[in-house]
Design a protein around this ligand. Structure first.
Ligand SMILES: CC(C)(COP(=O)(O)OP(=O)(O)OC[C@H]1O[C@@H](n2cnc3c(N)ncnc32)[C@H](O)[C@@H]1OP(=O)(O)O)[C@@H](O)C(=O)NCCC(=O)NCCS
Length: 199
């Protein structure tokens, strides 16, 4: 498996991964990725990908992909929420690995790659994760993210509500350095106590 920065030529592979999300949501209503009101067309995905690529070229976003069997099997992006000067130093992270390729280190490799690329672009990286998504939360803690709050009932799918667990991490040192300014909970103490062992 190779992890690298996304390229313009990755469009079709990225689109396939994007559409895979909608199959995952159909199969599991608690699947932890947000989605559009309906399955996007290839044209809508092209608009989204074009915007993402523009943001990357302008230094406002980073995006890493995992490639295996000549296929894009995972993606991790970090982008600001909106286009505001006051919040441009904060990146919002999303990560997804294709079913069948999970639990083999792709998610961790993607996060490490993307967080390295965040240096010099973002000061804080934030994310939202469902309480039921143990695998993702464990991975985030392992890479130095700490919980800073909860957004009650922020996620609704099919009439069922979930809170969002809000996590954050500073980008001012090597990947694995402790987040600052976040009081650790007992759960977070281990992950925010110092640098991680190298990959
Ligand atoms: C969450 C996700 C990105 C993790 O990627 P992954 O490739 O499956 O994870 P990795 O194989 O890199 O494992 C990284 C860590 O995750 C945790 N993990 C992996 N498999 C796990 C499992 N079956 N149960 C619990 N934790 C697990 C471990 O901490 C693991 O590190 P370790 O193996 O050193 O203990 C991936 O599972 C995924 O795309 N899930 C669906 C979409 C999603 O939920 N995205 C996140 C939304 S917030």
């Amino acid at each position: 498996m190779e992890v690298r920065a996304v390229a313009w030529a990755d469009f079709h592979g990225v689109a396939e991964l994007r559409l895979h999300r909608y199959d995952q949501i159909d199969a599991d209503p608690d699947y932890g990725m947000i989605s559009a009101a309906s399955r996007p067309t290839l044209g809508e995905i092209a608009s989204w990908f074009g915007e993402l690529h523009r943001a990357i070229l302008e230094g406002r976003a980073v995006c890493s992909v995992a490639v295996e069997d000549a296929r894009i099997v995972g993606m991790c992006s970090v982008r600001p929420d909106g286009n505001h000067r006051e919040t441009a130093h904060v990146g919002v992270l999303g990560v997804e690995v294709r079913e069948g390729y999970r639990g083999r280190g792709a998610g961790e490799a993607l996060l490490r790659h993307a967080l390295e690329a965040c240096r010099g672009r973002f000061e804080e990286v934030q994310l939202s994760v469902l309480p039921v998504n143990d695998r993702a939360q464990r991975l985030y803690r392992k890479l130095g993210f700490a919980v800073y709050g909860t957004a009650p009932r922020a996620f609704r799918r099919g009439g069922k509500y979930h809170d969002f667990v809000l996590m954050t991490r500073r980008i001012d040192g090597a990947v694995g350095s402790a987040p600052r300014g976040v009081p650790p909970t007992s759960d977070d103490r281990a992950s925010s106590a110092g640098p991680l062992p190298p990959a």
